[in-house]
Design a binder for this molecule. Structure first.
Ligand SMILES: *Cc1c(COP(=O)(O)O)cnc(C)c1O
Length: 865
């Protein structure tokens, strides 16, 4: 029988256990083990059936069961204690309150297209979403006043299974928000709050707003599946990155523009402070800047409207943009005509569509004039921008240098903050007990992790083995379930009970399957891989997982190749592919692996975070020097897979790098794991490998604090959020007086810049054979046209020169204006000291200068000598 109507009946809890409701709804339980354990203990069997979901658990209990819980004094006490603990967690003075001054923002809006907080709120596809989830959790732990904004996808991302012949199958279960840890944002009269965007042809797109509580951090998720909408509008939030074209564009309009409206509604209804900083996590949410410009150009409160340029100056000052992709193909782009079509429908009536188009225009060398580029818009709308690892910062500066012509690549104003992972989500509780000092504080994170140095080898090895054993058990259960789906009967699956061995060196490899991640690099020489797996003395076992984008046939073929290899009876006890990689699997997988493998095509991995999660559990990384590993590999915390020349043919590169990978496993990783004495023990017998454990201990103590997302949050607060709050406030003061002044100044400078040039440079003090320590005095004759010397900075750049006269390891010294020569000509002078031997060179350039510029390259204007 099929129901014609459905609704969710709320569980009414007796008063003595009423706090259970808050404990279930605030997602802090997902990283607070005592709370999670409470729910598990309420009814272990039901807990398993609902896959560890507290809201579903409470919904599944009968009235009798609830009554029983309410009458058990021990449980009631436990609930009270945990509720009191949550109350403290939500209200205590934390790191932010203790360390920050008045400059710090009162609220920060964080926009992301996906969030991976817990497996019970499956609103993520992969790394970007998990990172956003970890960002919110760490903000909560540190007391950073972040509000998250995203979309609620009715189907989330797909679930993966395999067909008999190893082809990826996708399914899209329907999620019922009423049965999830979400609450609808409501008007005072109880009706659901709504935001609405106009669409072309007189249509409109409305959304309701779900609120999730990630500890202290509210997360607002816009949901278009409501009766006010026509069918097309209802399906805008149907699935993550669905459709493409107009569907995707509408998702992004809703996220960015609708997201700002949702924030305003949230503040109006709850009294939450208005955000002072807006963080756009990847380009998808870029339209948030347009909505904020629209607010200033057509103010609802009757204040004086700003012009486009003024509003842009004001909005930029408080916006932070993070780019996550090192490949141009990974960037979101739309047809200009699409953008025109939607904005002409009145999305932001006060904002000229041409100006919106100009923000996303690829009006630089190699750009495509028919495209609207979301990352380019993101960079133009944000005064501060960053990549997600040091190397990714370098790659991003190269990728976007066209936006700052005239500047060297290393001067492109995109910095980097290396991603981190939320420790309490990803560390196994057993490892947390060993590795983390319980009395530690966020004010000295490194000290907390030094605890591991006091743990002896036998104890550490026992815990590592326990984690590996738990993974082996989980793998067996998952493999059996997968084979049943693939059509085998129980009678044919006896062998799955002995798949993997808790005493064997375990290597993990799990990630999405775009080509650059090279899922099948390990299969390059199948015979050699077999030999490694089946080595009688030093066997290796591999656990592999990963989803391919549904439209990516090539990715699915890679999965098929791999699964077919794992299906071979000769090796199937040593290598497995687990379908449906997700947070739940990851939390057993990372702790259980001795080694985490990552072999992307360098430098295409922006950061990568899975290796960090392995490291938190004492896993050693075996990885190409890409993303985070490029800056954190130190020779003792794992292994670096050497990379072939970037110029090499792809096949050749794969051959070289696969051979290097095999060599490392055979000659370094396995010998160290099994003890290097040569008299290798029987596999499965436990000889404690002291050298291996020294690496494990070193990894935990030194990487633990550095890969922590709290370190990442602190970097964001210090380098981006506080500076953005300061400049945003300054821009907005006195009716945006500073923004108006700055935009007038920018207009004047841009207009005059064509006349600015360095005419001539005089140098004194270079002797016949210059020596270190010599002073060089330099005067430049500069034409400024209608600009004044205060509008610019003249500087001398100097340092070692290459054969092509390029100046490396540059330093700068400012030249002071020393005379007005009339006719717009000025003299600037200064001195430098020759501070190195060998080829030395210098040059002079003039840049716009204004106290409200965050970077000297900000306007992209420069006059080089
Ligand atoms: C950490 C994680 C990712 C991202 O891993 P990368 O190393 O960045 O590719 C993807 N999916 C899940 C389930 C994760 O836990």
């Amino acid at each position: 029988m099929k129901a014609i109507r459905r609704f969710t009946v709320r569980t009414v809890l007796p008063e003595s256990i009423a706090p259970l409701s808050r404990l279930a709804r605030n997602l802090r339980w997902s990283w607070h083990r005592p709370t999670e354990q409470l729910f598990a203990d309420l009814n272990p069997q039901a807990w398993e059936t609902v896959h560890g979901d507290p809201v579903k658990l409470l919904g599944s209990l009968t009235r009798e069961e609830i009554q029983q819980i309410a009458e058990d004094p021990a449980t009631v006490r436990r609930i009270e204690e945990l509720d009191a603990d949550l109350e403290c967690y939500l209200t205590d003075e934390l790191w932010y309150q203790k360390t920050q001054t008045e400059d710090a923002p009162r609220a920060i809006a964080y926009f992301s297209a996906e969030y991976g907080v817990t497996s019970v709120l499956p609103q993520y596809s992969g790394g970007l979403g998990i990172l956003a989830g970890d960002h919110l959790k760490s903000a909560s732990d540190l007391g950073v006043p972040v509000v998250g904004v995203g979309l609620f996808y009715q189907h989330g991302y797909f679930k993966q299974s395999l067909s008999r012949d190893a082809w990826q199958q996708e399914s899209y279960p329907v999620l019922d928000p009423d049965g999830m840890p979400l609450a609808l944002l409501r008007e005072k009269d109880g009706t659901p709050a709504r935001i609405t965007l106009p669409l072309p042809n007189g249509r409109s797109l409305s959304a309701q707003i779900w609120r999730a509580d990630v500890g202290r951090v509210p997360l607002l998720l816009l949901d278009s599946d409501i009766p006010d909408n026509d069918d097309h509008a209802r399906s805008v939030t149907d699935r993550l990155y669905g459709g493409g074209g107009d569907h995707r564009l509408q998702q992004e309009l809703l996220l960015g523009m609708g997201g700002i409206r949702a924030l305003r509604t949230f503040s109006r209804l709850t009294g939450a402070p208005a955000p002072e900083v807006f963080h756009c996590n990847e380009g998808h949410a870029g339209f948030l800047g347009i909505e904020r410009i629209a607010e200033l150009m057509d103010p609802a409160d009757g204040s004086e409207p700003l012009t486009w340029d003024e509003a842009l100056a004001s909005v930029r000052s408080a916006t932070v943009f993070t780019t996550h992709t090192p490949v141009p193909a990974g960037i979101d782009r739309f047809e200009r005509a699409q953008i025109e079509h939607f904005f002409n429908a009145g999305l932001a009536p006060a904002v000229p569509t041409a100006n919106v188009l100009s923000l996303g225009a690829e009006d630089y060398d190699d750009g495509d004039p028919s495209k609207f580029n979301m990352a380019v818009m993101g960079l133009r709308l944000a005064q501060r921008a960053n990549g997600v690892a040091k190397l990714h910062g370098v790659v991003s500066r190269g990728m976007f240098r066209g936006l700052w012509p005239g500047f060297d690549e290393d001067e492109v104003p995109i910095g980097s903050i290396t991603n981190g992972v939320h420790v309490m989500t990803w560390i196994d509780p057993r490892m947390a007990e060993l590795a983390l000092d319980p009395m530690g504080s966020d004010l000295n994170r490194a000290a907390r992790w030094r605890r591991i140095y006091g743990v002896d080898d036998a104890e550490l090895w026992a815990v590592r083995r326990e984690l590996r054993t738990r993974l082996v058990e989980d793998v067996r259960a998952r493999l059996r379930a997968s084979w049943k789906k693939r059509g085998l009967a129980d009678a044919e699956l006896g062998w799955t009970d002995s798949v993997l061995d808790p005493g064997v060196l375990t290597i993990g490899f799990a990630r999405r399957v775009p080509t650059y991640k090279r899922l099948t690099l390990m299969l390059r020489d199948p015979q050699r891989l077999k030999k490694i797996l089946l080595d009688p003395e030093r066997p290796v076992q591999l656990v592999v997982a990963g989803k391919s984008h549904p439209a990516d046939e090539q990715g699915k073929r890679l999965i098929q190749d791999l699964v077919r290899f794992t299906d071979d009876p000769e090796v199937r006890h040593r290598i497995v592919f687990l379908p449906n990689y997700d947070i739940a699997m990851a939390r057993t997988l990372f702790p259980g692996c001795d080694v985490w493998l990552n072999n992307p095509l360098r430098p295409l991995e922006a950061c990568g975070t899975s290796g960090m999660k392995a490291a938190l559990n004492g896993g050693l990384n075996l990885s190409v020097l890409d993303g985070w590993w490029d800056e954190m590999y130190d020779g003792q915390n794992g292994w670096a897979i050497p990379t072939a020349d970037e110029g090499a043919h792809p096949d050749e590169r794969d051959d070289i790098e696969a051979a290097a990978l095999y060599e490392l496993i055979e000659n370094h990783v396995a010998p160290r794991f099994y003890g290097e004495t040569g008299d290798a023990s029987e596999p499965g017998t436990d000889v404690v490998p002291h050298q291996w454990l020294a690496m494990v201990r070193h990894t935990l103590a030194t990487l633990g604090p550095r890969v922590s997302a709290k370190r990442m949050l602190e970097d964001y607060v210090r380098d981006l959020y506080v500076p953005a709050a300061v400049s945003g406030r300054r821009a907005a003061e006195d009716g945006h007086a500073a923004a108006r002044a700055k935009s007038r100044w920018i207009g004047r400078v841009r207009q005059a810049w064509g006349q600015v040039s360095v005419e001539h440079v005089d140098t004194e003090g270079v002797a016949q054979d210059p020596q270190i320590g010599d002073e060089l005095s330099v005067c430049a004759y500069v034409t400024l046209g209608s600009l004044a010397p205060e509008d610019v900075c003249a500087e001398i750049g100097y340092g070692r020169v290459s054969e092509t006269d390029h100046i490396h390891e540059r330093k700068y010294a400012t030249l002071r204006p020393t005379g007005d020569l009339g006719g717009g000509r000025h003299k600037f002078c200064g001195t430098i000291t020759v501070d190195r031997s060998g080829p030395f060179g210098y040059t002079v350039r003039v840049l716009p200068a204004h106290p409200h510029l965050a970077d000297k390259a900000e306007l992209g204007l420069v006059a080089n000598a």
